[in-house]
Each structure stands twice: as structure tokens, then as C-alpha cells.
Design a protein around this ligand. Structure first.
Ligand SMILES: NC(=O)c1ccc[n+]([C@@H]2O[C@H](COP(=O)([O-])OP(=O)(O)OC[C@H]3O[C@@H](n4cnc5c(N)ncnc54)[C@H](OP(=O)(O)O)[C@@H]3O)[C@@H](O)[C@H]2O)c1
Length: 259
């Protein structure tokens, strides 16, 4: 609408209509608001996190991207700040940092096959610690990766930990909480072996067979999961939303759009 007015020129017969000058000021204000958004990302050294960082830096949604990692990122960009820290010390190490949106894609190595103790420590406790630190730094939106069929009552430790994490995150009452629930996340991780390559080749072939209540279990490429995270971050909606299956694919389309 505003763009339309600008190209048609000023001199509207309606005195209440904004002048070109006012409209331009509006544009500048909206643009600077976009420029002021700051992202805080956890898990940037992982498969999904690395893809997310590449997307955030390729697009202009954020004026600054703070990546929290426990080892240095192999990335250099004018808008990227890499803080290397132990996640157990998050609260005390983020003093003075401000952000608007937080993205969390940390997870225990091995994902669903990780030992229970690690799942509890990383997928539940460290995700929560990150969420609290992000909230203290001003984040009003949290986009977090959980898992398809996450349920705190599940007998499967991975799904139970993710379910417990979701319950605890809801209690933090972010104005906007976007929970992504993917099936297997595909891509080449550090130290990938033959079994991983076979998985990478076979799982996409099974996707069309997974329908109905099995559809959330479809495998997703890490690049698409990362795009879904950005898609969720781009949405202006408020409240708590969980995304699986088709919703996740729609978000990925939104996140892959240049912005
Ligand atoms: N893999 C699957 O099939 C699958 C399925 C459903 C959901 N998910 C979820 O999807 C998300 C992304 O998965 P992904 O496969 O992209 O993960 P990934 O490649 O294994 O990366 C995990 C990230 O978490 C970080 N991390 C692990 N333990 C940590 C700790 N103690 N302190 C700080 N950082 C730690 C890793 O840091 P380092 O690089 O320093 O180790 C890395 O950045 C995870 O939440 C995962 O649970 C995965």
C-alpha cells in the first residue's frame, strides 16, 4: 500500500492521506526496526546450526548475529559475533548482551541414540539454560528444535527429554515460542561413517510412505530445518506454536525466501 502511494506521487485530494515525506519517514522507521533485530544462536557448530547461521548471514533479517558455541566457528562475517563459552556458565557470561530473537538447535551428539544422561543434560537442561539467558538478554521470540512425537511421558528417552524441555519452555512465557518437531535430520555431520551415508541415501526414499500420524516422522534435510527456523523467526505471530510435518515444510519455504 505504502509503496503504491509513493510511486503514484503526492498531492492526494484527501487531506488526511499521508504526504510522501510522512510515508518515507514510515519506511525508514520500519526499515530501521528490521535492522535493529539481533539474533542469538546456540548450536552453530552443528549440522542445523551451521546451516542456520549461513542463512542468517546471507539474508538481512538481523543487524547482528551472536553465535554461542563451545568451540570457534569456521566463519567470519561483519554481522557475526562468535562467543565461545561453556554453556553451563551461560547466565554469567552473557552480561551486557542484548538480543530480540533466540534460535536454539543444540542437541546431544548422536541425537536419538545419545545416552540418557547426555540427553537430559543437553537437550533439556542446556536448552533451558540458553532460553533463560536469552530471555534475560531481552529475547521475546524463541525458535527451538524439538523432535517429532516429543512427549514428556514417552518411554523413549530422546522423546521424553524433548517433551520435558517443551513443557519447561512454555513455563518461561516467551511472547513468541516456536517449537519445531522434525523427524530424522539429514546431512553430513563431522565424523560421519558408512551407516550415516546409508541413512542419508535411504531415509528420503521412505518419506512418501510415511502418511497420516506417521507423517511427522519424515526425514528432513538440515538445510530445510534451518530454513524452517528462519521462517518461524520471520513470522509476526505471538503465542506458542508447534510445527511438524507439512507445517515444517511450509515454514522452510518461508525461510528459503530471500529477505
Ligand atoms: N539427528 C536427528 O536425527 C534429529 C532428529 C530430531 C531432532 N533432532 C534435533 O535437531 C537439533 C539439531 O540437530 P543436529 O543434528 O543439527 O545436531 P548436531 O549436528 O549434532 O549439533 C549439535 C549442536 O549442539 C552442540 N552441543 C552438544 N552438546 C553440547 C554441550 N554440552 N554444550 C554446548 N553445545 C553442545 C554441538 O556443539 P559441538 O559442535 O561443540 O559439539 C552442536 O553445535 C537438535 O536439537 C536435535 O536433538 C535431531
Amino acid at each position: 500500500m505504502q509503496g503504491d502511494r509513493l510511486t503514484r506521487g503526492g498531492g492526494s485530494a484527501d487531506d488526511s492521506a499521508p504526504s510522501i515525506e510522512m510515508v518515507e519517514v514510515g519506511f525508514v522507521a520500519a526499515e530501521s526496526q528490521v535492522r535493529q533485530r539481533v539474533a542469538l544462536v546456540a548450536g552453530g557448530t552443528g549440522l542445523t546450526g551451521a546451516a542456520l547461521l549461513r542463512l542468517l548471514l546471507r539474508n538481512n533479517d538481523y543487524a547482528r548475529v551472536h553465535a554461542l558455541t563451545r568451540r570457534p566457528l569456521p566463519l567470519d562475517h561483519a554481522r557475526l559475533a562468535n562467543r565461545i563459552l561453556r554453556f553451563e556458565e551461560l547466565g554469567s557470561r552473557l552480561m551486557g548482551l542484548r538480543c530480540t530473537d533466540a534460535y536454539c538447535c543444540i542437541g546431544a551428539a548422536g541425537g536419538p541414540r545419545a545416552p540418557v544422561a547426555e540427553l537430559r543434560q543437553v537437550d533439556r537442561d542446556l536448552v533451558l539454560a540458553f532460553a533463560r539467558a536469552a530471555q534475560a538478554a531481552g529475547a521475546t521470540r524463541l525458535v527451538v528444535v524439538s523432535a517429532a512425537h516429543a512427549d514428556s511421558r514417552s518411554s523413549r528417552p530422546f522423546l521424553a527429554c524433548k517433551g520435558e524441555m517443551e513443557v519447561a519452555l512454555r513455563e518461561l512465557r516467551f511472547p513468541s515460542l516456536e517449537i519445531l518437531q522434525p523427524g530424522p535430520v539429514l546431512g553430513l555431520r563431522r565424523g560421519a561413517g558408512l551407516a550415516d551415508l546409508v541413512r542419508l541415501a535411504l531415509l528420503p526414499l521412505l518419506n512418501p510412505l510415511l502418511r497420516g500420524n506417521m507423517e511427522p516422522s519424515r526425514a528432513i534435510a538440515a538445510a530445510d530445518l534451518a530454513a524452517a527456523m528462519l521462517g518461524a523467526g520471520r513470522s509476526p505471530r505471538q503465542g506458542v506454536y508447534t510445527h511438524a510435518a507439512r507445517n515444517l515444510r511450509d515454514l522452510a519455504v518461508a525461510g528459503h525466501r530471500p529477505g
